[in-house]
Structures are given as structure tokens and as C-alpha cells.
Design a protein around this ligand. Sequence first.
Ligand code: HEM
Length: 72
Amino acid sequence: MACHAVDKKLVGPAYTDVAAKYAGQKDAVDKLAVKVVKGGAGVWGPVPMPANTAVSDAEAKQLVQWILTQKK
Ligand code: HEM
């Protein structure tokens, strides 16, 4: 079962909502890339995102850069 979709909330937020929330924030890529690798909770609700340990820092940055281009 997927945790994220581009345009709708599943376990985690829709990527279009993430992109809208962080639009224009200079440090968003670095901040979110750390969150993807380490996991965390509390921004979108109580449900935590687990650490995605199989994802390298560079891959996490690439994924987040792509997520931040997702427009509604
Ligand atoms: C490499 C795979 C993944 C990527 C790139 C990714 C990306 C993201 C991003 C960018 C956020 C927003 C973080 C924030 O605003 O602070 C997020 C939040 C979240 N993700 Fe993921 N995610 C991944 C895998 C997963 C998986 C496997 C799950 C479920 C088991 C998951 C569940 C969540 C949840 C519940 C949140 C909300 C956390 C909060 O409220 O702070 N994600 N994810």
C-alpha cells in the first residue's frame, strides 16, 4: 500500500499539498530531505513518517525537488 500520492492524501500528505505549503521557502529541499531520510511527525498530523533508510541524502534531495514541482 502506498503512503503518498501526487494529488490526494493517503497515509501521508498529497505531494501537491506539500509543494503548496513550502512554495518559495529557500531551505525546504534540505529540510524535507532530512525528514524523508530520518522520518518524523507533527507537521500534517500525529501519524509519523518512518525513516526511509534505504534512501540516500542525494536521492532524498532529488525526490523532494520533484515533489516541490507538483502543482495542483
Ligand atoms: C522515499 C519515500 C518518501 C518520500 C520522498 C516522502 C516524502 C514526504 C514529504 C516531503 C513529507 C512532508 C514532510 C513535512 O512537511 O514535514 C512527508 C510527510 C509524511 N509522510 Fe512521507 N515520504 C516517503 C515515504 C513515506 C512512507 C513509506 C510513509 C508511510 C509509511 C510516509 C508517510 C508520511 C506521513 C504520515 C507524513 C506526515 C508527517 C508529519 O505530519 O510531519 N512517507 N513525506
